[in-house]
Design a protein around this ligand. Structure first.
Ligand code: ADP
Length: 599
């Protein structure tokens, strides 16, 4: 059997339901839209905030970098100035001694104030032929042990002649020919080439007192008085030597970073002319960990310092800006999402609530109009139908003379139709009264076994007409309940007449009563067409009929079960149905009773 459609005579309920469903979809759509727009705005705002935090980090970083740059620049300028002063002394003092050199630099308090300076000195430029005279001058100054090292036969020697040493071993560095070392030599050649101060690449000083530390030397060329210094050739010809300062990278940069920086900036310095680990001239302690921190900023630059190229990597940790500021974007994101959810929910609630109120109001208006119409129509119909009943009845009883068999047959049909018509009108009247709240129960103690037998007797003809078998499962002793006999009779009549209508000819119907503590249950069971489980809840609705194979043959208004349920509920009871298509149905009415009333 295919699934029976629900045919609703009254359309308002269903169409209102559809309307609500349709609108619910619309509301959800509006809410989703509100959420989506809000979310888009939030994401836009979040992104802007992130950019501005990034910009703040960049700005903080740039401030730090310029501070570092300025500090480093000042330091280098200072070295250059030192050199110019020292070179001046050397130039004007032809018979300068090491002691005088030391004395000259003493007021600077280099050891205390410039811990990065390892030594300040003069390296003399000597052609091979000049060496003997040079050695004689050293001896004349009482430096008999003075030796140029490393030893060897070279065209040019550039030995350290005077050296104010602040770290390490002075004895070792004096006499050291820096020109024999390619790194120093490159810087010296560049100084001659450009006539400018010139920085060496990364070196480990001969007089190293700080193990594993890197240094550089800054050379300033010094020329003989009166010699032209326009071209590289002229400069080389007039070259007296170099004033130099040797600087320890770690002390220098630690000083620069410490005085200017937060612990959130790290730095690595590499000699651009070297490769791998050899190139590393400096690395701050925090460098590696900052580079690894997520969200840190790592910036590479190559600088030319006095002719030598250095690769500087600066790493700024995100903590350069405050935690509060860093968390701002994510906080804004979460707040935004929550706000969007709240507003979407609010919008959804407001619209739905309004629609629901509107739908309820509309439904109530329609219901009132219908009830009015129903009550009016049924009242108007009842009187003429009753008059028809009286006249046809009188004719059937022979008040208008004898009737031919054909007249009798026709009038009997008319009488039956009029009966059904009145029955429907009566039902409609009850519905109208119920809906208007105008039904009051007049309860009395009633033996429901007797009531059920009376109803069965009244409908026994219909049962017999359909060849159906009626069985009773009713206690022999009376079962008393406090009910309105008139309305409870209607309930049983409805259930039994439905059972008769919706059970095929030859089927069977059982009427049962069961007394349980606190309640009495009256059950009408049939072996009829049954009701699909999905439709069972619909049948108690007003004006609702479920189509089945028998419903086209039988009359019905679709209000019988509605009235039944309403009356049962007015009694404080309940009705339920158990049914299977093609197997039958069982309608149970359960009415509460007070124990002692049981007869
Ligand atoms: P009506 O019988 O006038 O259609 P009711 O309110 O009494 O209206 O019943 C509603 C619907 O419930 C009926 O159309 C019918 O399909 C179904 N129904 C009621 N009683 C039975 C039954 N005993 N067996 C099968 N279907 C039933």
């Amino acid at each position: 059997m295919s699934k029976a459609p629900v045919k609703t005579i009254k359309t308002t309920m269903t169409s209102t339901g559809d309307w609500l469903k349709h609108h619910a979809r619309m509301h959800t759509l509006v809410a989703v839209l509100v959420f989506a727009v809000g979310l888009a705005a939030t994401i836009y705002y979040w992104n802007n905030l992130r950019q501005s935090v990034r910009a703040d980090l960049d700005a903080a970083y740039n401030r730090q970098v310029s501070a570092i740059g300025a500090a480093a620049g000042t330091r280098l300028e200072l070295y250059e100035n030192f050199l110019r002063g020292s070179a001046g002394l050397f130039k004007i003092h032809s018979n300068l001694t090491q002691e005088e050199w030391n004395e000259f630099h003493q007021p600077y308090e280099i050891r205390n104030k410039f811990p990065d300076i390892e030594g300040i000195g003069i390296s003399r430029w000597l052609n091979k032929a000049d060496v003997p005279a040079y050695m004689q001058r050293r001896a004349a100054q009482g430096e008999a042990g003075f030796k140029i090292h490393p030893e060897g036969d070279r065209d040019v020697y550039v030995p350290v002649t005077f050296n104010a040493q602040y770290t390490g071993n002075n004895g070792k560095s004096r006499g050291y020919d820096g020109y024999a070392d390619p790194v120093r030599r490159a810087a010296m050649d560049r100084a001659i080439e450009t006539g400018e101060p010139s920085m060496s690449g990364k070196i480990n000083l001969v007089s190293e007192s700080r193990p594993n530390r890197s240094s550089f030397i800054l050379y300033l060329p010094v020329y003989r008085e009166g010699f032209p210094t326009e071209t590289a050739e002229q400069r080389k010809a007039g070259l007296l030597g170099f004033a130099y300062v040797a600087v320890d990278f770690q002390a220098l940069i630690d000083g620069v970073l410490k005085t200017n920086q937060s612990p959130n900036i790290g730095m690595q310095l590499r000699d651009s002319t070297l490769k791998g680990n050899d190139a590393k001239a400096y690395e701050s302690d925090n460098f590696a960990s900052i580079v690894k921190t997520s969200g840190s900023k790592v910036d590479d630059n190559t600088f030319d310092l006095f002719g030598h190229k250095w690769h500087v990597t600066l790493a700024a940790s995100p903590e350069l800006i405050s935690e509060r500021e860093r968390q701002l974007p994510d906080q804004a994101l979460w707040r935004g999402i929550l706000t969007c959810l709240f507003f979407a929910g609010l919008v959804w609630y407001l619209i739905t609530d309004r629609e629901r109120k509107y739908a309820r109001q509309k439904q109530e208006e329609v219901q009132t109009a219908k009830d009015d119409l129903l009550s009016l129509a049924s009242h108007q119909l009842r009187t003429p139908a009753t008059v028809v009943k009286q006249y046809v009845g009188m004719m059937l009883q022979g008040y208008a003379g004898d009737l031919t068999p054909q007249q009798l047959d026709m009038l009997t049909n008319a009488y039956d139709s009029n009966e059904r018509q009145l029955e429907i009108i009566n039902q409609l009247l009850y519905v109208a009264r119920l809906d208007a709240g105008r039904i009051t129960l007049h309860k009395e103690k009633v033996d429901v076994t007797k009531l059920m037998r009376d109803v069965a007797r009244d409908q026994s003809e219909a049962v017999a007409n359909r060849n159906q078998q009626l069985t009773f499962k009713i206690p022999k002793r009376p079962v008393v309940a406090e009910i309105d006999p008139h309305f409870m009779r209607m309930v049983l009549e409805n259930l039994l007449s439905n059972a008769i209508k919706y059970t095929p000819e030859g089927g069977s119907i059982t009427l049962a009563i069961r007394r349980t503590p606190g309640s009495v249950t009256m059950r009408v069971t049939d072996t009829g067409v049954g009701i699909d489980s999905s439709l069972q809840s619909n049948i108690f609705e007003k004006f609702t009929r479920v189509e089945n194979e028998l419903s086209t043959d039988v009359n019905g208004s679709g209000v019988g079960l509605y009235l039944t349920q309403q009356i049962v509920e007015l009694h404080g009871g309940s009705i339920d149905v158990k049914s299977k298509p093609n197997e039958g149905s069982a309608f149970s009415v359960k009415i509460p009773v007070v124990s002692k009333d049981n007869g």
